[in-house]
Design a protein around this ligand. Structure first.
Ligand SMILES: [Zn+2]
Length: 232
């Protein structure tokens, strides 16, 4: 094989490696995003419960306020009752006090229900927090692996790029340009084998003259169909 072609094959190998490493590196941020997205569902569940707890606490406060207002009214009625001398007025106030006491008793029942609901919500919240934490642990591990892969890929990319740079200095710039042009237009292979008269890049038969030129190995021969550089 022509020594230039041998060198270009090494360049091609490094360039293919560089392409793979770059595409790996480009994929990593998306993988990291996907890993983080797995937390969204768990976080939403937890926030929903927290919101319900808040609303429940507000409802309890409002009941307590209603109870306090009625207790206050009862105290005032009792003062009125104590001061009155008329029996019918005394009885009327008594009825009113009873009515407020009934109200209070029913409000207290509601309050107990809300407090029980609050206890259930607290235990739901604990479960949701545990679930979120365990997902967070998994996601943290995944992200750690992704970061390690990034460091590894970047290291390999730097090393391969440097290596490629040093090999390419020994190749004639025109030839290197030609190689790079074919490499980018053929998306990763510029030099390919001629196998029984067929270009393994485009799988077409080359002309007998081209096949002979490849065999002679004096100049770089190109596939008549796709333009790739050929070796046998
Ligand atoms: Zn071809």
């Amino acid at each position: 094989m022509l020594p230039e072609l041998e060198q270009l094959l090494v360049i091609q190998d490094r360039d293919q490696k560089i392409l793979t490493l770059k595409s790996d590196l480009e994929r990593l941020p998306r993988e990291e995003e996907n890993a983080k997205l797995r937390l969204v569902g768990d976080r939403t569940s937890k926030e929903k419960i927290e919101q319900e707890i808040k609303e429940n606490e507000v409802a309890i406060k409002s009941l307590e306020l209603d109870i306090a207002t009625r207790s206050d009214t009862i105290s005032k009625l009792k003062v009125q009752q104590f001061e009155t001398r008329k029996n019918d007025e005394y009885q009327a106030i008594n009825h009113e006090i009873e009515r407020y006491q009934k109200d209070i008793s029913s409000l207290e029942d509601s309050e107990i229900e809300l407090m029980e609901k609050g206890e259930n919500l607290s235990s739901d919240l604990k479960k949701a927090e545990d679930t979120l934490q365990s997902t967070q642990d998994i996601v943290d591990k995944e992200i750690k692996i992704i970061h390690e892969r990034r460091t590894h890929c970047q290291g390999q990319l730097d090393e391969t790029t440097k290596e490629r740079q040093s090999i390419s200095t020994s190749i004639h710039p025109d030839l290197l340009n030609e190689f790079e042009r074919i490499f980018s237009s053929k998306k990763g292979d510029a030099i390919t084998e001629l196998d029984k008269g067929i270009c393994t890049g485009c799988h077409m038969k080359v002309t007998p003259a081209t096949a002979a030129a490849v065999r002679a190995s004096k100049n770089i021969a190109h596939c008549d169909q796709c333009g790739r550089m050929l070796y046998s």
